[in-house]
Each structure stands twice: as C-alpha cells, then as structure tokens.
Design a protein around this ligand. Structure first.
Ligand code: C6P
Length: 404
C-alpha cells in the first residue's frame, strides 16, 4: 500500500489550481512531475559544486565529477548492467537511438536488414530510416493486431540471415502495450542480430535487468522517471560499444589528437563529446533514489489498479472506443468519444484542470493503422488517485454534452 498523501506532498506542483480547478495531471507518459528531492538537488548542485567535470584539478570540479560518476553507477545498478562504462549519458532516448543508428550506419551494407515494429515512436523509426538511406539497408516492420499487440509469427518470418538490427520499444507510448521483448531478443540473437530496446515508457514502471534480458542496447530518458529533462542514458554491451564508431567528435571523447590522426577515449567517454548536462546527470541519481524509495513493485501494482479502475469507469461512457487493449499493458489509456475530435475533448477538460495528451503522440503509423487522426491519452503515475479518475469521467461527460 502506498501512502498517497505523503507521496503527493512530495510533488509541490500537484498542489495547485489550473484554470481555477485543482490540477489533475494525467500526462505522465509525456513527462512525469518532479519530487521535491529532485527540484532541491538541482538547486543544491548549482549552489554548491557547479563546475566542469573530468577536466579540473580543483576541488569543485572533482566533487562534480565524483557526483556525475556516482550517478552513472546508480543507473548501472538500476538496470543491472555489468559495468558502469556500459552506461552512456545522452540527452535522452531520442539521442540514444540516434547514437546507435548512426554507429550502425557505418557498419551496415546494402541488403542488410533492420527490423522495427508498427508500435514505434518516431524516434525509433526515423534514425533507422536515415541509416537505411546511408547504407542501402532495408527497413522491415513487425505488424500489429487490432488490440495493438505485435504479431510474433510475422516477426519470425521477417527475421533472416540478413537481419542485423532489431529495434523495438519495451512499452508503446500510445497504447501502453508491453511487448514480449525477451522472446524478441532471443529470436533476433538466433539470427545474429543486435537488439536495441527503447525503454522510454518502461523504466518508471517496471524493473529492468539488462543482463537477464540479454539485450545489446537499452535506453531511456530521466524526465520520464521523475528526473530532469535533457538527460538520459544508453546502456550498451561493452563489446557493442567498442565496435560502434563515435557519434560526435569533440572534447572529452579523445585520447590523442594530431592533425593526422585522432585516437578515441575509452568507454564511456568515447560517446560523450563536449560538456554534458552535468546538473541533469547528477540529479538523475536523486530521481532513481526516489523511485527506489517507493519501490518499482509497489509502483507497478498501484498503477495497475488505476489502469483497471479507469478502464472500467471509462467503459461506461457512451460512444467510447479504446485503442490498445493488449492483455499485457501499463497505465496508458487511449480512446476517442464518438466522432468528436480528440483535441476538442482535450481542450475542454483542460479548462477543468485536467491535463491529458491528444493527437498522434509521435506515432503516426499507429494512427494510420486505426484510421484516426489521433486519440485522447490519459497516462497515470503512482501519485494519481481514483478520485482524480472520477473527475476525468465527469469532465468527459460534460465535454460530451457541450459538443453535442
Ligand atoms: N514520448 C510521449 O508523450 P525523448 O523525447 O527523447 O525523451 O523520448 C522519445 C521517446 C522515445 N520512445 C518512446 C516510446 C517515447 O514514449 C518517447 C517520448 C513522449 O509519448 C513524448 S513524444
């Protein structure tokens, strides 16, 4: 059982009125809110140890470097990576995927194949299209069924000896589907392909063990995990990170530079050119500590309860159609009401203090599959309550009457 009163008190932003109504924040899949410990850690960094890292002999720089590297270790343990140098700090999931796709652009050749799925966020589509354009590799897509689940038989047929990369999200941001990544990874490995898992929607909800999963790459963004924006991580197996060429050139990622030849730094620095988001990297650790203090098992159990409650309550609304009804899903609910445009409902309920996301959620192929312009998406976090869901139902009913 979670102590919701205490948890909500940890998030000062929740205790406010928006448009004259108490804020109800159901846009957690876009970005989560930040607990006071995270907000305070940002100020503490700037008030006490702000300086550049890995460069200075002076004390502040050493303190900042230690805190940054400690945070790398926190992430390592959070996803159970074997080595801390297998964790690369990035701007977030988008940059992590671009880093890997860019690297593969220099390893792939014409006729090689990359497999993604119909459930991907644009960040796990476009970087691979760019890689295909550069190399002549072919992009293949795992289809889905009406419930928003991957067709695993079709996946097996797509895999060939030419498959070099399989890049799949752990959880769909639009539909909440939890994909069977263990099976996907095993089957890809049987063909010798590398596997990247986009974990942007997973790391705040499920316990991740990259060694058990045996994935080659796994990535996520701190801002989806109650941490700051502009920072995230890429986990890569040591052997793959050694094989991939650098993503960007600049300071910090080199061993030696002459005009004739540059040699690169050891992992993880080979992939970390330039001054990073130091504050973000350091504060990421506070977000992880916060998640650990609540416990991912407790979070998952409570969010599941919210998902079932909301699904049941929303089902009672006339004309509701759900998108994404997979057997195995997280606390994301996507729906439309009759033929009302999702934007109209979103705008009206915003006036009632309720934040949801409307539109294609950076997954246009999913909207094309259902032949809709977009959905209303309510995504829950462990600070949400059943009472807030009751308010959502009332607000939607009110919007429905206004738009009749
Ligand atoms: N999805 C959403 O509202 P960045 O922007 O780099 O932190 O994460 C990109 C990304 C990649 N993959 C998945 C599965 C995602 O959900 C996201 C971000 C947000 O659904 C913002 S578009």
């Amino acid at each position: 059982m979670l102590d919701l009163e205490a948890i909500r008190a940890d998030f000062p932003i929740l205790n406010q009125q928006v448009n004259g109504k108490p804020l109800i924040y159901f846009d957690n899949a876009a970005t989560s809110q930040k607990p006071r410990v995270v907000v305070d850690a940002i100020a503490a960094y700037y008030n006490t140890i702000n300086s550049n890292i890995h460069r200075g002999v002076h004390t502040l720089s050493q303190k900042a470097t230690d805190a940054y590297e400690l945070s790398r270790q926190k992430i390592q343990h959070f996803v159970n990576a074997k080595h801390s140098h297998e964790i690369i700090f990035t701007r977030g999931t988008t940059e992590s995927i671009n880093l890997v796709a860019h690297g593969f652009s220099q390893l792939l050749k014409k006729g090689d194949e990359i497999i993604i799925s119909h459930l991907e966020h644009h960040s796990n589509i476009v970087p691979w299209q760019l890689a295909c354009e550069k190399t002549g590799a072919v992009l293949k897509v795992i289809p889905i069924n009406e419930k928003g689940e991957l067709l695993m038989d079709a996946y097996e047929k797509l895999l060939t000896n030419n498959t070099k990369v399989v890049a799949i999200n752990h959880i769909s941001n639009s539909l909440g589907t939890i994909n069977p990544i263990e099976e996907i990874i095993e089957k890809a490995h049987a063909k010798g392909a590398a596997v990247l898992i986009d974990g942007a929607q997973a790391t705040a909800h499920l316990k991740i063990d990259v060694q058990k999963l045996n994935c080659d790459f796994y990535c996520s963004s701190a801002h989806k995990m109650y941490g700051p924006t502009g920072v995230g991580f890429l986990y890569g197996k040591e052997e793959w990170l050694k094989k991939l060429p650098p993503y960007q050139g600049g300071g910090e990622m080199i061993a030696t530079v002459t005009f004739d030849k540059t040699t690169y730094a050891e992992l993880p620095f080979k992939f970390e050119a330039g001054t990073p988001n130091i504050e973000g990297g350091i504060v990421f650790a506070s977000a992880i500590d916060y998640i650990n203090s609540i416990g991912l098992d407790n979070i998952a159990a409570y969010e599941n309860e919210l998902l079932h409650y909301a699904t049941q309550k929303l089902s009672e609304i006339d004309g509701i159609k759900f998108y994404g009804t997979a057997n195995h899903k997280t606390s994301v609910i996507a729906f439309n009401i009759g033929d009302i445009h999702p934007y109209d409902i979103g705008s009206i309920i915003d006036k009632l203090g309720i934040a949801v996301r409307t539109g294609h959620h950076c997954t246009q192929p999913i909207m094309d599959f259902y032949q809709i312009p977009g959905t209303i998406r309510a995504s829950f976090a462990f600070y949400n309550t059943k009472e807030e869901i009751d308010e959502l139902i009332k607000a939607i009913k009110r919007a429905q009457i206004m738009l009749k």
